[in-house]
Design a protein around this ligand. Sequence first.
Ligand SMILES: *Cc1c(COP(=O)(O)O)cnc(C)c1O
Length: 349
Amino acid sequence: MTATLLTIDLDALARNFRFLRDTAGVEAAPAVKADGYGLGALAVSRRLLAEGARTFYVARLAEGEALRAALGAGPVIQVLDGATAGSVARLLEADLTPVINSLEQAARWRAEGRDRPLTLHVDTGMNRLGVTLAEARGLAGREPVERVISHLACGAQPEHPMNGRQLAVFREARELFPAARAGLASSGGIFLGPDYAFDQVRPGVSLFGGGPRDVADERIAPVATLEAPILQVRDVPAGDTVGYGGAFQATAPTRVAILAAGYADGILRGSHPAGAVWFEGAIRPMLGRVSMDLIAVDVTGCIAARPGAMVEIIGPNRLVDEAAAAAGTTAYELLTRLSSRAERRYRGD
Ligand SMILES: *Cc1c(COP(=O)(O)O)cnc(C)c1O
């Protein structure tokens, strides 16, 4: 019995980590939120710890607690949501560092956090999370700020003028906290040049195989491979349709393979009509709509198309950025939608 299989290559993850760290030339602190971009935060973080990572970023408190339990004492775990109401006791209990996003959070941490150091997120123009530069001035010299971070809105677009504007604001912010370590760049920012590196970078998607510019990049190793077995092969005559809504109609006799994978496995419905898979040495189009449990692909002329044969849906021959683009989205969304239904295997453990 062959199962739908998600293979996570931890050696490729480690190569990406080293490449990103060496490109930046400073500490690389992995972003492992959303269950490590869908690939299993605990497994990937254990490997990254073994590769030398000492600081990890998660979004939610519960993600931080699970990571602390898996990694044990030692590594710094930063919670991007910050010191939200009711969270301080749990942050302290699990020895998590809140990334303080507002004056309200700063006051809460001061009141309940017993002078423990904090990371300050300064908004430099993205207008998502963070204190303003003016608010940061008010905190300077008064708070035990150990790290100061900000986040780029357009780091994946090197030519975008917003990068330079955010960099200028961030330089002002970091001067307010001369003793703090500073970090601005995520995957995209690492490739904007040394001005953007500061003391620490926070790569996420490019650790996990996504290009830093939202397109496939040959310097980044594929990490996730999603394969599904063929369940059935059928010959569809010209004029017949395939799947729900009859959304694909054969214009010629077509050999169709039905695969044991669908949107419940993370194959986005938006993959219709541009989606494709890799089989027998070539890209083969998906046919018709993605169902919950099944997709159909064109295997006309393939001699190996028979029940049980494995088809690559994402992997070294169908890069996550390409599969995402065909579905009208990014590697970020595609990876984080990979579900727990497919059997998971870690390679290089
Ligand atoms: C998600 C996130 C990152 C990682 O971003 P990538 O683009 O995936 O490299 C870094 N910093 C912050 C604040 C984030 O939210």
